[in-house]
Design a protein around this ligand. Sequence first.
Ligand code: PEP
Length: 243
Amino acid sequence: MAVGKIIIAGNWKMHKTQAEALEFLTVLKSKVEETDEAREIVLCVPFTTLSILSKSLHGGKVRLGAQNIHWEDKGAYTGEISGPMLTELSVDYVVIGHSERRQYFGETDETANLRVITAQRHGLTPILCVGETKQQRDAGEAESVIIKQLQKGLVNVDQSKLVIAYEPIWAIGTGDTCDATEANRIIRVIRDQLSNKNVTIQYGGSVKPNNIDEIMAQSDIDGALVGGASLDPVSFARIVNYQ
Ligand code: PEP
């Protein structure tokens, strides 16, 4: 069950050389040949593997995503990447506002908003990540934190070309998955905030082959953003081919 288009995205973070990426793709491709066309498969990879993967993916079932985009098209911004640099490599998606960017690299709701608008200006679909810390959840603030992230992150954003990923920070990389019904409840809170009710809203946080079926059986969850389990093509294919 889903409301929006189903999108299963892998977030490789800072993993894989070009050779490793190609090896992964060979296995993944062989395992998703029969996958329902209605399920979009996206690999959000490091900048250094975008080029080689874009050549190998050409015309295929798997789409390419980046993990960041700067709001200027060019300039003195050491370490950043621009929209034209991504579109040249047939990138379709870009992860924005991931909790690791917020925690380690000073990303704010305001800079995430600039990046979301810029991604759309270049024809890319932003995957805007929102989610609460354990402390905020324990204090009963999960909903208010997420609503604020959405309100600030979506200023002047076109909701017809947008993906939201609900990623409770305490569930990322911890093996501690958010209960599927609770993830669904929060995703409904998110959907209530949106003017376009058909936006794809993913769940992310320790998604694995053994919990994806239950996650995707929920009424409002339209896909997953998968970190650790997207590094292994067999695991990721099993997630993509959820029952
Ligand atoms: C992520 O990186 O967005 C993520 C959800 O990671 P993991 O699946 O490893 O928890």
